[in-house]
Design a protein around this ligand. Structure first.
Ligand code: C5P
Length: 240
């Protein structure tokens, strides 16, 4: 993997806030974090995309899933997952190509929680994530942003939403305009299983950072949740 490429818009040595958003699948972390970052002019790090990129790289390699746990950090690094700063955008790459929609494929989604439970995969992605925050002015979303990757973040948020609502949102993201109750119940089971996997794993399990602000988005509009977070960032900036 190559280190984060510097963008042309940074003033070296000038640091700004780091904002973390953690929470379970479908709580709206990534879309919210992206919009918060856009409005503040910060960068957005979607750490789930890095775990997905590493999963994609392994699926495209000739290593069967049953042998992923035997790989060492060097072998994982050789898969060449990168994060590159382009202005305020952070592009995720695999083997030199920018990856995007393929990160959300069924195959990647089915394997990513397993890959993310391997300590070697987490170690391999840790420095890439920290490099993205080296200049501050970052909104990072994932499962362990506030607990492990950026424990000294200036603002920590923990986003939750009721399971059925999270399933409905994921189905809508996947192109279903009005999912039936049956589809919502089935997909709730899939999400609950991923949450269980993420919360019960030994390394960097999903949990609310003690000092994080809890925001339940079940009955909030997208704008309301974005504005609530921006208010917290502005309050933190005023305290500085
Ligand atoms: O957020 P997203 O659904 O894209 O994340 C995919 C998976 O990557 C999660 O279910 C989790 O297993 C893993 N992940 C993680 N730590 C993070 C971000 C994602 O373990 N910080």
């Amino acid at each position: 993997m190559t280190p984060l490429a510097p963008s042309g818009d940074e003033t070296p040595g000038v640091k700004g806030p780091i904002v973390t958003l953690d929470g379970p699948a479908g709580s709206g972390k990534s879309t919210t974090a992206r919009e918060v970052a856009r409005r503040l002019g910060f960068r957005h790090l979607d750490s789930g995309a890095l775990y997905r990129a590493l999963t994609l790289a392994l699926l495209e390699s000739d290593v069967p899933a049953g042998e992923w746990a035997d790989l060492d950090e060097q072998a994982m690094r050789a898969l060449d997952v990168t994060v590159t700063a382009k202005g305020t955008e952070l592009e995720v790459g695999v083997g030199g190509r920018v990856v995007n929609s393929e990160l959300r494929s069924k195959e990647v989604t089915a394997q990513v929680a397993y890959l993310a439970s391997l300590p070697v995969a987490r170690a391999c992605l840790l420095n890439l994530q920290r490099a993205a925050g080296a200049q501050g002015r970052l909104v990072a979303d994932g499962r362990d942003m506030g607990t492990v990757v950026f424990p000294h973040a200036d603002v920590k948020i923990y986003l939750v939403a009721e399971l059925g609502e999270r399933a409905r949102r994921r189905l809508r993201e996947g192109g279903m305009e009005e999912p039936s109750e049956e589809e919502v119940v089935t997909h709730s089971g899939v999400i609950a299983e991923r949450d269980r996997h993420d919360s019960e794993r030994e390394h960097s399990p999903l949990r609310k950072p003690e000092e994080a602000e809890l925001i339940d988005t079940t009955r909030l509009s997208f704008d309301e949740q974005v504005e609530a977070i921006i208010r917290l960032v502005q309050e933190a900036e005023q305290r500085e």
